[in-house]
Design a protein around this ligand. Structure first.
Ligand code: NAP
Ligand code: F7E
Length: 326
């Protein structure tokens, strides 16, 4: 039986990946942090067959312990501080967790596996935020990286460290450069979920209006359930490599508002939405659109859920489950 260790199992992607790997017959282990983590109950509800191991990317010996307990054949490193806006206010912490945390995991694997490093496969959750001030449209694996936030810079460190372990130690280490992916389990701080929750609350009469930041930013938004499949596909290849995972379509935050409000039967959202400086970023990533041709050709991966389907799914879920944050 294949054994997988997922860091960040309590996050959006960790929950979908855990479900997917259990369906594939894997024995699933998840790293969970904190002595009384409120998200543990969510993981236990969604993934009752998974084994949870306490640990933190900042605690090297907890990573070694997690590897000793789980003895994984595949490791998916999804744990990170992932909210871009937060990363300016907590730049050092973000660098430690999102950047150096990757090195901690890679080094723990190298020391734990010793002569059997070729028996282990590693996935790193890289991000389209690494493209930042984009130097090419659409962005592909070879596009020059130009991160625009402490989060983006930390992801670049993790990305190159993953490549370095592949080249230095022959490790089967792959990096997925994933563009924004969303779902009803998306954290409420991210724009799609902020909008879907607010639209549901406004339609119910529980909220009057919605305060937003930059409505002109454009993102390549896909569905998280499609994207975790790509992570697994990367680790099934004979050779490790880096892949862009994206839909190849881009929409603005305004487009998101159009589709989300329309899903609740509200055609004119302008009077309901205000903009405020406090949601603007010190440096914005204006446009992201990915070219996933390599993933299509080599992995055979294709996204299945469109932007409109995704947004309607999120609004419906928030209408059906008022107040739920996950
Ligand atoms: P998420 O929902 O924010 O989940 C992050 C996970 O990391 C949570 O399980 C969190 O645990 C855990 N974590 C945070 N700090 C930790 C630490 N010090 N030690 C151990 N675990 C820690 O993120 P996501 O959307 O699932 O994304 C998964 C990964 O993909 C992240 O690395 C993210 O940066 C990257 N990524 C995401 C996207 C996207 O659009 N979703 C795109 C590209 C890349 P708690 O629950 O305890 O906080
Ligand atoms: O912002 C704009 C905001 O916070 C999207 C993470 O998963 O994807 C995510 O990062 C856009 C930005 O995601 C609000 O300025 C406007 O242009 O949903 P977001 P993100 O920053 O793109 C990448 C790929 C990751 O790797 C990250 O981990 O929406 N925006 N008004 C707003 N954003 C938020 N959050 N809130 C607003 O009110």
């Amino acid at each position: 039986m294949k054994r997988a260790l997922i860091t960040g199992i309590s996050g959006q992607d960790g929950l979908y990946l855990g479900e997917f790997l259990l369906e594939q017959g894997y024995e699933v282990y998840g790293l969970i942090r904190g002595q009384n983590n409120p998200r543990r109950a969510i993981v236990e509800e969604i993934l009752p067959q998974a084994t949870l191991i306490t640990g933190d990317l900042m605690d090297f010996s907890s990573l070694l312990r997690a590897l000793e307990i789980s003895r994984p054949t595949e490791i998916y490193n999804l744990a990170a501080i992932s909210y871009v806006a937060y990363s300016w206010d907590n730049a050092q912490l973000t660098s430690e967790v999102t950047g150096k945390g990757v090195l901690n995991m890679l080094e723990a694997i190298r020391l734990w596996a010793k002569g059997s490093l070729d028996q282990v496969r590693f996935y790193q959750a890289s991000s389209s935020e690494m493209f930042g001030k984009v130097q090419e449209v659409p962005q592909r694996e070879s596009t020059l990286l130009w991160p625009r936030s402490p989060y983006g810079v930390a992801k670049v460190f993790g990305h190159y460290m993953t490549i370095n372990y592949r080249e230095s130690y022959g490790m089967h280490a792959s990096s997925g450069i994933l563009f924004n992916h969303e779902s009803p389990r998306r954290g409420p701080e991210f724009v799609t979920r902020k909008v879907s929750r607010a639209v549901a609350a406004i339609a119910r009469g529980d909220q009057d209006s919605l305060v937003m930041g930059n409505l002109d930013a454009k993102r390549d938004w896909g569905y998280a359930g499609d994207y975790v499949r790509a992570m697994w596909m990367m680790l099934q290849q004979d050779q490790p490599d880096d892949y862009v995972i994206a839909t190849g379509q881009t929409q603005s935050v305004r487009d998101l508002l159009d589709v989300a409000f329309a899903a609740a039967g509200i055609d004119d959202w302008q009077p309901l939405v205000q903009q405020d400086e406090r949601f603007m970023r010190p440096a914005e990533v204006d446009l992201l659109i990915g070219d996933a041709s390599k993933a299509h050709d080599v992995l055979g991966w294709q996204p299945e859920v469109s932007f409109e389907e995704l947004v309607r799914m999120m609004v419906k879920s928030d209408q059906d489950n008022p107040g739920r944050t996950w």
